[in-house]
Design a protein around this ligand. Structure first.
Ligand SMILES: [Zn+2]
Length: 424
């Protein structure tokens, strides 16, 4: 993680950091002794942040710490100023009727801290869809309380997308203390905010998924995929998201390669391009390997930071639990005792869903993850080496077992292979 973050730095898709990361991944996989190391091309959208400022202009002047959501349009050079309309949720917005017109809508939803990160989903939905929903009701700008649990004055970015046919309004996230300020001022009376975003989209660029393998000793055509994403947001250096995941799958591969005998099936590590800005690498992988997906016997992604392993999640056909329970005696001493169903699977694995590939993830402790996630504070010092080691060991055990076992996991049944709306 240190090597990746210090050498490549922030790795927003299509940036020079992204290019350095691809070179780093190729070099690192070769140094680890993986076979058939290569970069597989993936087209990625380019978006650049630019300067950004925000302030309360009434009732009294205050500076705001905010950051554009990824994919947002910029404001006009002079910025955007309007009265704020605060709503707690997407659902509450429609009920405000004509009061939305001409306003900056402020989605004020607090994330709760938890080991499983379950509070992230609803805030991520606001982030992804809030701007277009607000614009449909006539809003001129969108602000949200950051999808993050820190009380530090760092805003958390993340991707958003515009609905076709709806005006594209600028969208930004406020640091939690600044969202608190808007909330308090809102209790006094009308609040006006001005913000200026210099961000813009800049076409497409060539990036790559970086792939390397440990060839199976008996059934090399059957594949257990270990994934993480190589890109990161631009504000921090993506140490937790997803430098940690890259380190986990690379270390798991190193451990498996150092174990005799090599497993029966091939273990393939894929570091995906542009997860953050729309899963470009994941879809490119599924297209390039379409003919081979039937022989992907399982896929596991690490994209949950540096926390200790808590258990194993899976999305597979009936009978999977019985097979996976056989790995538990090795996982329990690592603290990964739980075994439970996942609704989908890691974001980069979603394009494998239509082929029914069984999807897995080692569940990690995410209690602190959303303090740093997608913020300028996602840096190398947050890495917990012992917990990261334990997570890598858990992934290594699961991957080895899946690649070695006589029995393979039952595939996801036809009825559960549909991609979620947000991933289409
Ligand atoms: Zn991630």
């Amino acid at each position: 993680v240190r090597d990746l973050t210090d050498r490549a730095g922030p790795r927003l898709a299509g940036s020079t950091g992204d290019t350095r990361a691809v070179a780093w991944a190729l070099e690192t996989m070769r140094a680890l002794g993986l076979a058939r190391v290569r970069a597989e091309p993936a087209r990625v959208p380019v978006w650049r942040r630019g300067p950004e400022t925000g302030e309360v202009t009434a009732p009294r002047p205050h500076t705001l710490s905010l950051t554009a959501l990824g994919g947002s349009v910029g404001t006009l050079p002079g910025g955007l100023e309007a009265e704020v309309l605060e709503v707690p949720s997407l659902e509450a917005l429609a009920a405000r009727g004509s009061r939305v017109r001409g306003r900056i809508v402020f989605f004020n939803r607090r994330m709760e801290r938890s080991a499983d990160g379950r509070s992230y989903g609803p805030s991520a939905r606001i982030r992804a869809t809030g701007a277009s929903l607000a614009a449909r009701h006539g809003a001129v700008g969108m602000l949200m309380r950051s999808a993050g649990t820190s009380r530090a004055r760092f805003p958390h970015t993340g991707s958003m997308r515009y609905e076709p046919g709806v005006p594209r309004i600028p969208a930004a996230a406020l640091a939690n203390p600044d969202a608190d300020l808007l909330e308090r001022l809102g209790h006094e009376g009308p609040v006006r905010v001005r913000f200026r975003l210099g961000c813009q989209s800049a076409g497409e660029a060539e990036s790559a998924n970086v792939v390397g393998e440990i060839e199976g000793r008996e059934r090399p055509g059957e594949i257990v995929l270990l994934g993480a994403h190589l890109d990161s947001w631009d504000l921090g250096t993506g140490a937790l998201d997803d430098g940690a995941g890259c380190a986990i799958v690379l270390e798991a591969a190193r451990l498996i390669a150092a174990t005799a005998p090599r497993p029966r099936r091939t273990v393939r590590v894929v570091l995906f391009a542009n997860e953050e800005g729309g899963l470009s690498g994941a879809f490119a992988y599924a297209r390039a390997h379409a003919a081979e997906l039937a022989s992907h016997v399982a896929a596991l992604e690490a994209d949950s930071g540096t926390g200790r392993p808590r258990g194993l999640g899976y999305n597979a056909g009936p009978g999977a639990a019985r097979i996976l329970a056989r790995v538990r005696p090795v996982l329990v001493p690592l603290g990964a005792a739980s075994l439970d169903r996942m609704r989908f699977g890691g974001a980069d694995l979603l394009p494998l869903l239509p082929a029914g590939v069984p999807l897995l993830g080692v569940r990690q402790d995410m209690t602190r993850y959303f303090d740093y996630h997608h913020s300028a504070d996602d840096t190398y010092d947050k890495i917990d080496p012992r917990a990261l080691d334990a997570a890598a060991a858990a992934v290594a055990v699961v991957a080895y077992a899946l690649a070695e076992s006589e029995e393979v996991l039952p595939r996801i049944p036809e009825g559960r292979r549909k991609l979620p709306d947000w991933a289409r």
